[in-house]
Design a protein around this ligand. Structure first.
Ligand code: NAP
Ligand code: G3P
Length: 474
């Protein structure tokens, strides 16, 4: 079986303990990855600290050349990496290759964007007389060692979206891929290694988050924690981070609000795509539909028609619905469906599960008394909640512990913008499904969905700090 290694201080190294990675599609053994010890983490951190001065002393242009080379290599390898990714996280092969391709373009964009990180100069303008002779020269500097921790559902893209902005800003990176997705993450690291990234600038840490997670979060060498994952873990990361800056992209319960004047055919297509892509395992997936009573029957029928078109099965046959990441997730999803059924939800498409393969399930007449109205299934299940007015929809939207994204479907744009201004979320899509991209847009969650702002330019700025150098002009 293939033995994968960590990339530390410019070398590929083993660990005594190993973790075998199996495919959630068919339990195929994909390879072993190291389970790093705390001592090995310490050595990696030392290497990163040692590499930082020379890396930050490079110009952004010089750093950008490494990123462009890594992106080119990633592009060349997108089919082979995509194949592993599809096996590791049961994502459709086309979407898997697309994720790698998207990551290559994101890295190129970050390399370019990093050339335009600007500071400022300020003249003293406050009341005290001495102010008028003061000038501040404000520069952006790297924060230092960035710990990037990524989730399983985008093991390459949600890693590159942290790593590239961190590197171009002059930081060095400790990268912890998701265990289920760690092979894909290590192949991403290999692209940077093969691009000639200087030793110690980019290092990987594999190992179960439940075992090594706290240690790396609390590690004194870490200057910035960039975490994407579930809200419970994110809350723990936030507590352990202390006074260090963090970026948290967490769970979501994105609502699609459908008003009586919406184009229902368009809305149904967008909602089903937004809810069931990658079997609903996207933080920005539409995870509840709030539709006004006047059009609820029509919309439900159109949604059912669209869901019934979805294909189910093998990611290598590009089926729409593929196995979720593990049986534990599948059982959790099943519990939400059973709770809803027991409280009166109506199955418009029949719920069916075979191990971790769940058929797309559309539930109507869902009420706030049901867990699925509030919980994040992270699976191919979509609840329809009927509301009497836009005001009720707004209230239900904002009652959620999450605040990632929402969609609103209406032809009344002034109303849509007014509604958007009242929603407690990071992003509102008008007449479109919720989604993170385009990757240069700000991407953020509030409340239980996170803290900080991603999106290439925003990520670069977040992982730099201001330095004010003040001097007298007289
Ligand atoms: P997760 O279980 O929270 O894991 C995320 C990452 O954190 C993994 O690399 C995991 O390592 C690591 N980890 C686990 N325990 C840790 C600890 N104590 N300390 C430090 N790191 C730890 O999330 P997931 O299952 O991979 O992803 C699904 C969740 O992430 C969903 O809730 C989804 O909504 C959210 N998500 C949010 C966004 C967003 O941009 N807002 C994007 C994608 C996913 P292991 O893999 O070894 O456990
Ligand atoms: O859950 C991952 C999140 O970043 C979704 O990305 O591009 O599928 O909306 P996207």
């Amino acid at each position: 079986m293939k033995q994968y290694q960590n990339y530390i201080d410019g070398k590929w190294v083993d660990s005594e303990k190993k973790i075998t990675i199996y495919s959630p599609i068919n339990q195929e053994e994909l390879g072993n990855v190291p389970a790093m010890s705390q001592e090995e983490v310490d050595k990696a951190m030392e290497a990163a600290r040692k590499a930082l001065p020379a890396w930050r002393a490079l110009s952004a242009y010089e750093r950008a050349q490494y990123l462009h080379r890594a992106a080119d290599i990633l592009e060349e390898r997108k089919e082979s990496i995509g194949e592993i990714l599809a096996k590791e996280v049961a994502k459709g092969i086309k979407a898997s290759i697309g994720e790698v391709d998207r990551s290559a373009h994101l890295i190129h964009y970050a390399a370019e964007e990093g050339l335009r990180v600007y500071g400022a100069s300020l003249e003293g303008g406050t009341y005290e007389p001495a102010a008028k002779t003061k000038i501040s020269l404000i520069r952006r500097e790297p924060v230092g060692i960035v710990l990037a921790i990524a989730p399983y559902n985008y093991p390459v893209n949600l890693s590159a979206s942290k790593i590239a902005p961190a590197l171009i800003g002059g930081n060095v990176v400790m990268f912890k891929p998701p265990t289920q997705g760690s092979i894909s993450g290590l192949l991403l690291a290999q692209a940077f290694a093969d691009a000639g990234i200087p030793a110690g600038v980019f290092n990987t840490i594999t190992g179960r988050g439940s075992e090594i997670g706290d240690y790396i979060i609390e590690h004194p060498e870490v200057n910035f924690i960039n975490f994407t994952g579930s809200t419970p873990i994110g809350q723990k990361v936030g507590k352990l981070a202390g006074i260090r800056p963090i970026m948290l992209e967490l769970g979501g319960k994105d609502a699609a609000v459908v008003l009586s004047d919406a184009d229902l055919d368009h809305a149904a297509k967008e909602i089903v795509s937004g809810a069931f892509s990658y079997s609903g395992q996207r933080c920005t997936a539409i995870k509840r539909v709030l539709v006004v009573n006047e059009v609820a029957d029509q919309l439900a029928e159109k949604l059912q028609t669209e869901v019934e078109k979805l294909t189910v099965g093998d990611p290598f046959e590009n089926k729409d619905i593929t196995p979720v990441i593990d049986e534990q997730s599948a059982v959790f999803i099943e519990g939400l469906v059973q709770d809803a059924q027991s409280k009166g939800a109506v199955e418009l498409t029949p719920y069916k599960r075979e191990k971790n393969l769940i058929w797309p399930t559309l539930l109507d007449e869902v009420t706030p008394e049901m867990d699925i109205a509030w919980e994040e299934p992270f699976g191919p299940v979509l609840p329809i909640i009927r509301v009497s007015s836009i005001e009720e929809a707004l209230e239900l939207c904002n009652q959620s512990e999450y605040g990632l994204q929402s969609s609103i479907f209406t032809k009344n744009y002034p109303l849509a913008f007014e509604f958007a201004s009242k929603l407690e979320v990071g992003t509102v899509h008008i007449n479109a499904k919720t989604q993170r991209g385009p990757d240069n847009f700000p991407f953020l969650g509030i409340k239980g969905s996170g803290a900080g702002v991603q999106g290439i330019k925003y990520s670069i700025e977040a992982m730099t700090k201001l330095k004010s150098v003040v001097f007298d002009i007289q």
